[in-house]
Design a protein. Sequence first.
Length: 212
Amino acid sequence: MTNQLANIHGLFPTPVYTVNRDSNLIPKEEKEIEKIIKEGMEKKAGNSTSTNTYIFDENLKELKQFCEQQIKIYVEQIINPKEELDFYITQSWLNITKPGEFHHEHIHTNSIISGVFYISTVEDDKIIFADPNIGMKNQIKFEFREFGSNIWNSTFWFFPVNNNQLILFPSWLIHRVDPNEKSTTDRISIAFNVFVRGELGTRTGYNELILK
């Protein structure tokens, strides 16, 4: 009997873009982060965020440029728009997760791309994403074999993270961070959102949208 060759295709995949910055934070950036923290942190349900939610507007210019360069690559390689559009960072804020704290499961509204840059990570640090089709997948619940979970059958998937790493993903993608229980140090990251300026659609197509 002849063996049949079978293929499994990933249809409509969700992009998660990861890249490491070549250099560590410079002393100027470390001082600016200390300044942001001293200006005020607000306690949230699971962790704390900076009261300044536009930190890239006045601080961390070199880091912002790095993130903008990576956003440009993400847009060109993943979204690949025909129009000349300006994808720009809107809000940006600093997160501190102390031992035992966490980031609740959420999405980022009023945004197209979201990003996280990791300043100080902890042991076994990770970001966890949820399949947006989790409701439909859980209509029928299968028990997996040992070590049987994979990218096809899992409803959650995580990426290990480390210092000076940037992750970009669609803002509608559900994500969370589990409690920081293994470390006695704080987990520090910067999160931001990205939107767009330009002209989308056409007048004759009845879908023209001008964003300034």
